[in-house]
Design a protein around this ligand. Structure first.
Ligand SMILES: *[C@@H]1O[C@H](CO)[C@@H](O)[C@H](O)[C@H]1NC(C)=O
Ligand SMILES: *[C@@H]1O[C@H](CO)[C@@H](O)[C@H](O)[C@H]1NC(C)=O
Ligand SMILES: *[C@@H]1O[C@H](CO)[C@@H](O)[C@H](O)[C@H]1NC(C)=O
Ligand SMILES: *[C@@H]1O[C@H](CO)[C@@H](O)[C@H](O)[C@H]1NC(C)=O
Ligand SMILES: *[C@@H]1O[C@H](CO)[C@@H](O)[C@H](O)[C@H]1NC(C)=O
Ligand SMILES: *[C@@H]1O[C@H](CO)[C@@H](O)[C@H](O)[C@H]1NC(C)=O
Ligand SMILES: *[C@@H]1O[C@H](CO)[C@@H](O)[C@H](O)[C@H]1NC(C)=O
Length: 774
């Protein structure tokens, strides 16, 4: 339970739209934005705007009893890959619509949250030069659509030097605005769209506007960062004020980027994300990268989740959707974006740390973690004070030592270096730092391990965070020295850290809340302290004296790991142009690495063995994934069966499929384990029952005549049998099925994890399993 604060924040965050809903009782006829989802676009793409919008208007007028002068305001139409619209509706209108035969779901438009030089270099370590040279492939027209806060096109990461002409199949556009011209798009940044952003200053009187924010230009930085990680150009000498210097690049420098701006600082409206996915599919993107998600506390089912709906139809159209799994870890059941047709990313550390040392008056030096551009030096020390001893009048000592706002007597800390602890979850590091900075202190030492490995960017304010052992010694020094003093040295980046990667503490954990029979998250990628392009920020205190605002910044989150996976998928797609999205996903999953740079199994941030609910199948290894040997193809039929097994109605499933699909007779949730996924999860295995067998089908994409043999790495007590355990592939037998059975009589209770690896001597095809023995 190290994240009650995060949990609280997400609660507060989501309370906004829910508050609107609950306030709009049927006696309160104030229209609110709703999404109306109507299933697959059976007639395919329609250019005729009137023809697509008319049925929506007719549908609305059939249920609305409004007067002529009170027309329902339709906000967006979805009509390329799927049908539906968003509109301002009263609760009773929404309720009438949801009973309509043409409608699958109606839900209040949710507000979702925005959830690298060195990082890519780190991932390449261990891949053979041969694999890397095969990367220099002429086909380089992979297009990644990034749904986010827009883009800062002037960033050197979006330069198009050496990039070929825009692919002829591209149907997207570069929308203009007062601060964004057609010329801001180029052969690298080939598309830019923006959408009306729901005004965040709605006062609940129903006048909430959806005025266009006016430009694809990024004013937050998040979208610029994610886009440059997924597909940024090579930029030599990129750094954050000299820190983390290196060559910035996306996974594949020749990847094209199209940006779809749906978010502001406050978040992203679900109805706009749906519109952006619909547009991106029509524009011709190959991969969609979405570093956005709902809170883990209120997870909507798949038919009421705009990302799940949009991603389903994207998958049907051959577009891979990669999403962040969320930053609500380390508690279980926090992972979001868990539909099987979504590729879900967890976040890991890389082998780089940002260190900023504390030097005490006694001469002792402690290693701390921070990104700081303080101008303090080793030669001058400042008085050192424990915040608990500087409490304001009538303030509990526990609040003061946690540096809670209002708890500190300014006169006792001005000009000094203040030591705070991190035991009260009510204040974030940023808030504590502001409290101490406001009090005119010289610097701050935070004792705490809650965000270990995730350095706080404190700008020019001298800050560092030390672990509990160092903290104990610093406090002991304060209590024993007559005039305790210290200084905080400027941060340096230290590469080659071991062990790495490790799971980020904040990375959301499985199992999935909606079903435990699909293993989530899927895979892990770098998400701690990632250097990538940003908008140049000029906020006071963030730019070191005498410097220009940086064009790069260092950010952490599954928001940063998601575009690494998107970029890795682009590498695979550029070489294997005809592979489906599930083949690409499978290739990345079965070749992921499960050992760290010490050659030991991956660990979590408390140095324990990391399990698949933390890391999925392991860390992406993009170049190894170019030659996976075998792949699992998850078909349209698999996804439709998944919906059957979860209990969605036959009518809704037909509508999503856009054609007749007959659910298997005895659909039940446990059959979800049988869909042809590149990992196996069994949410409940009765130890007294029979063995549970699941079936998988592999497709040979390696040499036509190959023989693969299975080996199992399983926990003691769980009996795992593979049948057959040897497979001969032949030119006329590329697809072969096998069964894996699990017997838990002697197994420990709870989740048992292990893996099954098919090997032909040249390829290792590893599938991870998670079996909950009850
Ligand atoms: C709510 O916002 C609308 C439009 O912005 C404004 O006209 C109205 O006065 C506001 N109401 C309150 C109570 O602030
Ligand atoms: C990168 O920086 C180094 C030294 O800081 C310099 O020698 C080199 O010319 C720079 N390269 C570019 C492309 O700016
Ligand atoms: C550090 O910078 C601040 C302004 O950012 C300045 O007021 C202060 O004098 C500087 N301290 C030293 C030791 O240079
Ligand atoms: C790391 O894994 C161990 C063993 O599963 C677990 O007890 C611990 O809570 C985990 N630590 C974090 C930070 O998740
Ligand atoms: C479905 O289940 C029922 C009883 O649970 C069984 O009698 C029937 O044979 C099953 N049908 C199929 C197709 O498996
Ligand atoms: C694969 O094996 C078949 C016989 O099973 C043989 O006819 C064929 O030439 C072999 N192909 C290759 C590429 O080795
Ligand atoms: C897998 O198990 C199913 C049901 O138990 C059986 O019908 C099928 O023949 C088995 N397949 C293989 C490849 O063993």
């Amino acid at each position: 339970m190290a994240s009650p604060l995060l949990l609280l924040q997400s609660l507060l965050f989501l309370s906004l739209p829910w508050f609107f809903i609950s306030s709009a009782t049927s006696s309160n006829p104030i229209p609110q934005p709703y999404v109306v989802y109507m299933g697959s676009s059976s007639n395919g793409d329609r250019e005729d705007v009137e023809a697509t919008e008319l049925p929506h208007l007719q549908l609305l007028s059939s249920i609305s009893s409004r007067q002529k002068n009170q027309k329902v305001s339709l906000l967006h139409h979805y009509n390329h890959a799927f049908r539906g619209f968003s509109a301002m509706l009263t609760e009773s209108e929404a309720s009438k619509l949801s009973g309509h035969e043409k409608v699958l779901s109606v839900f209040p438009d949710p507000l979702l949250q925005l959830h690298t030089t060195r990082s890519w270099d780190f991932l390449e370590v261990g891949s053979s030069d041969q694999a890397r040279s095969q990367n220099h492939h002429p086909s380089n027209d992979v297009i990644i659509g990034v749904i986010d806060t827009g883009i800062w096109p002037e960033s050197p990461s979006f330069g198009d030097e050496g990039v070929n002409e825009v692919p002829a199949r591209w149907k997207g556009t570069c929308m203009e605005a007062s601060d964004f011209k057609k010329a801001n798009c180029n052969r690298k940044l080939i598309g830019a769209r923006y959408y009306g952003i729901r005004s965040s200053n709605s006062n609940g009187t129903g006048t909430e506007s959806t005025k266009a924010s006016g430009s694809p230009r990024d004013s937050v930085g998040h979208g610029t960062h994610t886009a440059s990680t997924a597909g940024g150009a090579l930029v030599a000498n990129a750094s954050y004020y000299g820190l983390a210097k290196g060559t910035a690049k996306g996974g594949l420098p020749s990847t094209r980027i199209a940006t779809y701006k749906t978010c502001t600082e406050e978040g992203c409206s679900g109805s706009l994300i749906l519109k952006a996915i619909d547009d991106a599919i029509r524009d011709g993107v190959d991969i969609i990268s979405i570093s956005i998600g709902s809170s883990s506390t209120f997870q909507a089912d798949y038919l009421h989740d705009p990302i799940a709906i949009g991603a389903f139809h994207a998958e049907q159209m051959g577009v891979l959707v990669v999403c962040s799994g969320g930053n609500d870890g380390p508690d279980a059941y926090t992972v979001v974006n868990t539909a099987p047709w979504i590729f879900t990313a967890a976040a890991s550390s890389i082998d780089r740390e940002f260190q900023s040392a504390v030097v005490l008056g006694s001469g002792r030096i402690f290693k701390g973690s921070a990104i700081n551009f303080s101008n303090l030096t080793d030669s001058k020390k400042y008085p050192l004070v424990y915040a608990k001893n500087a409490a304001a009048n009538f303030t509990p000592a526990d609040e003061a030592r946690n540096c809670i706002p209002g708890s500190i007597d300014w006169t006792k800390v001005a000009g000094k270096i203040v030591v705070c602890v991190d035991t009260d979850p009510m204040g974030s590091r940023k808030i504590k730092k502001l409290v101490v900075e406001d009090a005119k202190a010289k610097g701050m030492i935070l004792i705490g391990e809650n965000q270990v490995g995730d350095p706080l960017d404190s700008g020019v304010f001298p800050f560092t965070q030390v672990d509990n052992v160092a903290g104990y010694k610093i406090l002991k020094y304060i209590s024993s020295a007559k005039y305790p003093t210290a200084t905080i040295l400027k941060a340096t980046a230290v590469s080659g850290q071991r062990p790495a990667p490790t799971v980020a503490l904040f990375s959301s954990r499985g199992p999935g809340e909606l079903t435990e029979n699909i293993l989530k998250p899927d895979i892990m990628a770098p998400g701690i302290a990632i250097l990538a392009a940003d908008i140049p920020k000029k906020d006071p205190g963030s730019v070191p004296f005498g410097e220009e605002p940086s064009k790069f910044s260092i950010k952490s989150g599954t928001s940063m790991s998601c575009p690494h996976v998107s970029g890795a998928a682009a590498i695979i797609k550029s070489v294997h142009r005809t592979w489906s999205s599930s083949m690409i996903k499978s290739a990345l999953m079965t070749t992921a690495t499960f050992v760290n740079n010490e050659g030991k199994p991956l660990m979590n941030s408390s140095r324990s063995l990391a399990n698949p609910h933390e890391i999925g199948v392991g860390e992406i290894s993009p170049y190894r994934a170019l030659h996976p040997g075998l792949v699992f193809e998850t078909t349209r039929k698999d996804y439709l069966k998944f919906l059957c097994y979860l209990g969605y109605s036959q009518k809704n499933i037909n509508s999503m499929a856009g054609s007749e699909f007959h659910c298997p007779k005895n659909s039940s949730e446990e059959l979800i384990s049988d869909i042809n996924y590149p990992s196996i999860s069994i949410g409940s295995l009765n130890r007294h029952g029979l063995a549970r067998a699941v079936t998988r089908t592999v497709t040979n994409v390696g040499p036509a005549n190959s023989t693969y043999v299975a080996s199992v790495d399983g926990p003691m007590g769980l009996i795992v049998e593979v049948s057959p355990s040897k497979i001969d592939f032949r030119p006329n037998a590329r697809r072969v099925s096998y069964n894996v059975s699990f017997q838990g009589k002697e197994a420990p209770g709870g989740y048992n994890f292990g893996s099954l690896t098919w090997s032909d001597g040249a390829h290792s095809v590893r599938t991870v399993f998670a079996v909950n023995v009850e």
